[in-house]
Design a protein around this ligand. Structure first.
Ligand code: FE2
Length: 374
């Protein structure tokens, strides 16, 4: 079994200015970013460099329409290298801009078209969340055969960036909500990789532990009143990258699996959607398999928060809620009748994630989790 996959060259810079000194931009580059990031950080260095502002093509996470719009607005032969600077959406779109247009977006996501990587990619995450700068997944909201929208991950090692650069300066401009959702998503990546029953290896274990410990310390600091973006940004950017390295090999699991139908149908952000399920999924694991890696996870929580083992999961949930409150599904407009539909979608479209669950799941167990957070 392969121990680890780490393909990009990894760099760390304090500021975007430092990055430019090592990686000068040129006219065959394509900067992919958001209007806000471009105006705030990139403009002084971007003269004469083609730029594509993701938010000109729609808000929120990548959709089939957004991707088609971007594809058709671009001359594919006009660039050799994509410099993607942004959150998860920009990272995921950046990966898609490196592949030849062998079919529609729908064809690519449902594997009716071959994925052929032709362009270079520099990935610069501006949130401490997705770890997408090191992973092999591009996620989009697409229409399945029945015409229903669902979120799907396109998985290929050909999508991995050539270079990933961590620049904490970018975190300082993030709104609290986006920052917090991203941070909890990063914690979920690390925990799901750590608990992966068959795919975790000694190296993913190391990176997942590193990420979990850094993020738990951050949650503790937040409870003590720190603004993590200012006081702890570099550590959290490191943690989300560690988590990305861990789940690139070990995979995500149940939390992501249950989250995709919700975010696909109701356009709930990725982080918020995962967060809705995290506590209940861990409680379900606790019911069926409290020992093994879950015991180790509780022990990490106890060490950092100074609590007893039987309180660990509740203490974690409380620390997360201190950062941002968790919402119930009904608050996102979900109807009770959606719950069996979501459950079926999990077993139809998210099998790779469910198969990586810490405890084997049945449809009844999944629907029960949906009901508990409804
Ligand atoms: Fe995620």
């Amino acid at each position: 079994m392969r121990e680890i996959l780490l393909k990009p060259e990894l760099y760390k810079f304090k500021t975007f200015h430092e990055f430019i000194e090592t990686f000068p931009l040129h006219e065959r580059d394509l900067i992919l970013t958001t209007g806000y990031l471009y105006d705030t950080f990139i403009k002084p260095y971007g003269a004469g460099i083609p730029v594509l502002r993701q938010d000109d093509f729609g808000a929120g996470e990548p959709t089939e329409e957004m991707l088609e719009g971007i594809f058709s607005s671009l001359d594919y032969d006009s660039y050799d290298r994509v410099v993607a600077i942004g959150g998860g959406t920009v990272m995921d779109l950046g990966k898609m801009l490196t592949v030849r247009r062998t079919g529609t977006i729908n064809d690519l996501f449902f594997k009716r078209a071959e994925l052929i990587r032709e362009k270079k990619l520099i990935a610069i995450p501006t949130t401490c969340g997705t770890g997408s700068e090191v992973t092999s997944t591009s996620v989009a909201i697409v229409k399945d055969e029945s015409g229903a929208t669902t979120k799907l991950g396109l998985l290929s090692e050909d999508l991995i960036a050539d270079t990933a650069c961590l620049i904490p300066e970018f975190l300082t401009s993030l709104p609290h909500q986006a920052f917090s959702e991203a941070l909890i998503d990063a914690l979920i990546h690390a925990v799901e990789a750590f608990l992966s029953p068959r795919r975790a290896t000694m190296t993913t274990d190391l990176f997942a532990r590193g990420a979990i410990e850094l993020i738990l310390k951050g949650l503790r600091m937040a409870e003590e009143g720190h603004d993590l973006r200012q006081d702890y940004g570099e550590a959290l950017l490191t943690a989300s990258c560690y988590a990305g390295i861990a789940f690139l090999q070990a995979g995500c699991g149940t939390v992501h699996g249950l989250s995709y139908p919700l975010s696909g149908a109701y356009l709930v952000t990725h982080g918020a959607s995962n967060y809705a399920f995290f506590e209940k999924v861990l409680e379900t694991y606790q019911t069926y398999k409290p020992d093994g890696k879950l015991r180790e996870l509780r022990s990490m929580i106890c060490q950092i928060f100074g609590c007893e083992d039987d309180k660990a999961l509740a203490v974690l949930a409380q620390a997360e809620a201190h950062l941002i409150p968790v919402k119930r599904l009904r608050e996102y407009g979900v109807r009770e009748g959606d719950l069996p539909v979501f459950t079926r979608s999990v077993f139809t479209n998210q099998k790779r994630l469910v198969d990586n669950s810490y405890v084997p799941l049945t449809e009844e167990m999944v629907e029960e989790i949906y009901r508990q957070v409804y």
